[in-house]
Design a protein around this ligand. Sequence first.
Ligand SMILES: Cc1cc2nc3c(=O)[nH]c(=O)nc-3n(C[C@H](O)[C@H](O)[C@H](O)COP(=O)(O)O)c2cc1C
Length: 178
Amino acid sequence: MTILIAYATTEGQTARIAEFAADSLRAEGRDVSLLRLEAGTVPAPDPFDAAILAGSVHAGHLQPALIAFAKTQAARLNAMPSLFLQVSLAAAGEEEDEWDDLRRIAARFVEESGWTPDRVEHVAGALNFPEYNFVVAWVMRRIARSHGVEFDPHGVTEFTDWEALRTDLAEWARGIQG
Ligand SMILES: Cc1cc2nc3c(=O)[nH]c(=O)nc-3n(C[C@H](O)[C@H](O)[C@H](O)COP(=O)(O)O)c2cc1C
């Protein structure tokens, strides 16, 4: 029984989350294969029996590489246990309208790809200023300040709740045979 973790990342936090998911599932004795989805490529993965797909939200959208992968693998994914991890900054807060947006983005992804995950988890990401260009950094500082969060305006500030993620993963994996 192999669990595939396929993920798209723009600034790197979803990669960290995918690696963490792989480590915590391996620690429970699971066989895990990690696949990074890059722009323009839809790699054919090795055989797998359950899947976690992960991607992050930028300006209301998930990475095209993630959508393309889910589309091409939808029939296969729909026939096995699956989990979608949607990474965003809004998931770090409690603003109802922002959560409505997150749910809409996930629902649009399901509709567009034809893949219906058994479970969707919203995971808080990070602010990653070393990865931003000047304009993006300016915008992200304004957004972070308007939300009143504490952050490092030149470094990386993680909002990911690793223990909550470990619990969610373990709960999902308990439902899988083998
Ligand atoms: C240009 C840009 C736009 C973003 N837009 C959104 C957004 O619309 N909603 C949201 O909740 N988070 C948004 N974020 C936050 C990202 O989802 C968050 O930083 C996440 O950790 C990025 O994951 P990655 O490093 O794997 O790409 C945005 C970040 C950037 C840099």
